[in-house]
Design a protein around this ligand. Sequence first.
Ligand SMILES: [Fe+2]
Ligand SMILES: [Fe+2]
Length: 308
Amino acid sequence: MTIAPPDRERTAERLLRTSAKHSYDPLTEIDWEAPLVEGRPFSPPHRSSLYGTALWEELGEERRIELTRHETASVASVGVWFECLLIRVLMRHIYDQDPTTKHVQYALTEIGDETRHSVMFARMIDKFGCPAYGPDRVARLLGRSVVLVLRQISGFAGALFVEEILDALQREAMADETLQPLSRQVARIHVVEEARHIRYAKQELARQWTAAGPFARAYHRLVLGGAVYLATTRLVHPGVYAAVGLDPRRARRVAARNPHYRQTLAWAAGKVVAELGGLGMIKGPGRRLWRRAGLLPQADLRGRDPLA
Ligand SMILES: [Fe+2]
Ligand SMILES: [Fe+2]
């Protein structure tokens, strides 16, 4: 299905209208002075990277909650990294285009959303009293070049991947009344604003993928596989485990092999795997990286990390 430019403009116009109605300033929308609630987890415990393992049993209630505090902070700080990468992809996408089109104006609006999200995540990390873990050094380094090779199709597909997995995790968190109210508020704002980003990425992706030739498709499949692997395996920084008194190397290994956690990742990615798989984007050598990241059925449970 080729989407003609007028349709592209109509979609952008609709998204601009939604943005005008449903945009939030997290600085005023969230009560940053409210204290954290004693004894409440920061994310659903069953989504923790160690849930269901012997290490989880060893931790005990208090340290498990601490682990959810640090894991949520780690995912948020990696979220800021993703958003910085996405802003670069979007900036490059519109650089040579006509700014009077609604399409470009919507892209600029989305960049505005992402800058507010990054400030919101940063504030939440600070409020949790956690460091900004961010991705590890290897991922940070690869991120620099990933942005150079993530052109158009893989850029939008990569954005869609990250947006969909965060969407699944945050929809669950915002509805969970047993969690810290701050975690839920942040999740709610992000879910509402990301819904339009997902629509925009899907439409751009469908349009560009339909027009792409076999070489371009092969290139984007491979680059996308690399980006997806990097994004999925870097959500939890090993420093998180050290913060709750665990050996970070050992805990990271346990998490990578943890079938519960791999199930969580596969669940969070279920929708986007179906969407991108349906387009034919999860094929060829790149598919191996999807499998290695634990996102496809019959995932390799050895959890070996080719970048380590
Ligand atoms: Fe965002
Ligand atoms: Fe987004």
